[in-house]
Write a protein of this length. Structure first.
Lengths: 131, 84
């Protein structure tokens, strides 16, 4: 009779320890030169409205996701928008192929994207200073 | 559920103890330490926190399960993974 082995006998396994670090520590440093050309990334990144975690929700005029079918809210976008399209909309333009009010609601939704939401990194890259 | 960014959007270069990850979608380069590359590899398919811990446990000894959630939060905040 014995308890669970507290130490693995040598040669019994090839598993190595994965050090997960302290809760408050950081394992990631993010770098982005202010002078970096962002045109390539803007043209390739995409933003879904709403993001996948909230797929099917409608977008209210103020940009908040609301239950499907909510009166006065807009149905989800039929396709993701590219960074370039969003950039033009944020500068006061319209998202392509979409009427003004709907574009305004979608743009407000995109402005409210939080870190960790699908599409946020693309949105954030649009906000970065250009060289 | 958590999932790593699509492999086609990441350029991953091991640099001795560190790994440089260029995220094409955002144009941001991330300099990461272990366990981030291991987490990204495990998250090539969507996994819950519990299933991720189990998957990692098959290959590694996990030093601290509580810190796993913190590392995941960090991954999501960086854009290298997303919470579904």
């Amino acid at each position: 009779m014995s308890d669970e082995p507290s130490e693995i006998p040598q040669g019994a396994t090839r598993r190595r320890a994965l050090m997960l670090g302290a809760v408050g520590a950081s394992a990631i440093v993010s770098i982005r030169p202010a002078l970096a050309q962002v045109s390539a990334s803007i043209s390739t990144c995409e933003i879904q409205v709403p993001d996948r975690a909230r797929a099917g929700k409608y977008i209210a005029a103020d940009g908040t996701p609301v239950p499907a079918g909510t009166k006065g809210a807009f149905a989800p976008a039929s396709r993701p928008f590219t960074g370039q399209e969003v950039k033009q909309a944020l500068a006061g333009g319209n998202l392509p192929g979409i009427e003004y009010e709907r574009s305004q609601a979608y743009t407000k939704y995109i402005r409210r994207l939080q870190s960790g939401t699908s599409g946020f990194t693309c949105f954030a890259s649009l906000q970065m200073p250009r060289g | 559920m958590y999932r790593a960014a699509a492999p086609a959007t990441l350029r991953i270069v091991p640099l001795d103890d560190l790994t440089a990850i260029y995220h094409r979608a955002s144009g941001i380069t991330h300099l990461v330490a272990s366990p981030v590359p291991e987490l990204l590899a495990a998250l090539s398919e969507p996994l819950t926190l519990v299933r991720l811990a189990k998957r990692l446990g098959e290959e590694f000894y996990l030093s601290d399960g509580e810190a796993l959630a913190a590392r995941l939060d960090e991954l999501v905040a960086s854009g290298l993974a997303e919470q579904l």
